[in-house]
Design a protein. Structure first.
Length: 117
């Protein structure tokens, strides 16, 4: 499954604002940040994978996995307070994780942040 383009974050300012002004929770494989913005028409999600993680193939595979997790659980995101910026930052342990472990960690952090309805 693929994350639709209208839900993707593309600007550096969006990433920066979500990370600086929003709440964040960290897990074993990722850090999840969230910021509510009442002016958004849809939820916006982005993934940060640094070069420390591995080569381009590894980074892109992890990015695709997170996009699949987001697409799978996008309908569960609570929008009663407003639409959200959601930033997922992958940690150095992420390449060794399976898809299920990444999904479990993402869901755990989303629950801790109160993102899921």
């Amino acid at each position: 499954m693929r994350l639709p383009r209208k839900f993707s974050m593309t600007r550096h300012a969006e990433f920066s604002r979500a990370r600086q002004e929003g709440d964040a929770k960290g897990g074993a494989y990722l850090v999840l940040s969230s910021l509510v913005d009442r002016n958004l028409s849809d939820h916006h999600a982005g993934v940060i994978v640094t070069r420390k993680i591995g080569n381009a193939v590894t980074r892109n595979r992890l990015r695709r996995r997170i996009h699949a997790i987001l697409a799978k659980h996008l309908h569960r995101i609570d929008d009663t307070q407003g639409k959200r910026y959601i930033v997922t930052i992958l940690r150095w342990r992420a390449p060794s994780a399976t898809f299920d472990e990444l999904e479990k960690d993402w869901l755990k952090q989303a629950t801790r942040l109160g993102i899921l309805a």
